[in-house]
Design a protein. Structure first.
Length: 147
C-alpha cells in the first residue's frame, strides 16, 4: 500500500461512532429516554444522535432489522449491580446468556455473567457483563472490569 508513515494510522486518529438500526424511530427514542435515561444531542430526519462519555452513537431509521445475536454496542461501568438494578427498575429485561468462557457453568446469574480474561491492555483479570435488547432488537451490553 502506498502512502507515507503519517497515513498508516489515519483511522486510529478518527472519531468512531456506532450505528444502530431502528424500524420505528419514535419507539426507539422512547426506549432510550425512558429505559436508559438518554436524550439525543442532535437529530435529523431518520436519525437520532446520542453521546455517552464523549463517544457518539446513532439510531437510524431502517427497513432492516438487527439479528440481535451479538453485542452491537456496550457501556463500561464502575458498578454493574447498581446499573443493572436501576435499568431493571425502569423495565429493561436482561438476557439469560449461556456461553463458553463464562464462569458459573457458563451462565448468567441475576442477569450478570462472570467472564474469564480480558484485554491485557486494560490491566484487568476479567469482566462482569450483562446484556439486553433495545426496543428494536439490537443487543446491547454493560461491562465492569474486574481487577
Amino acid at each position: 500500500m502506498d502512502g507515507n508513515a503519517d497515513d498508516r494510522d489515519i483511522l486510529a486518529r478518527a472519531h468512531v461512532a456506532t450505528r444502530l438500526p431502528a424500524q420505528d424511530l419514535d419507539r426507539a427514542r422512547r426506549f432510550y429516554s425512558e429505559a436508559l435515561g438518554l436524550e439525543p444531542v442532535d437529530e435529523r430526519p431518520g436519525g437520532l444522535l446520542y453521546r455517552c462519555g464523549g463517544v457518539d452513537f446513532a439510531v437510524f431509521q431502517s427497513t432492516g432489522a438487527s439479528p440481535g445475536t451479538f453485542t452491537q454496542m456496550g457501556w463500561e461501568v464502575d458498578d454493574i449491580e447498581r446499573v443493572v438494578a436501576e435499568l431493571k427498575r425502569r423495565g429493561v429485561v436482561f438476557e439469560d446468556v449461556g456461553l463458553p468462557g463464562l464462569l458459573g457453568n457458563g451462565q448468567t446469574r441475576d442477569g450478570i455473567a462472570e467472564i474469564v480474561g480480558n484485554y491485557p491492555s486494560k490491566g484487568a483479570r476479567g469482566e462482569r457483563g450483562a446484556w439486553f435488547r433495545d426496543s428494536e432488537g439490537n443487543m446491547l451490553g454493560i461491562g465492569e472490569l474486574v481487577f
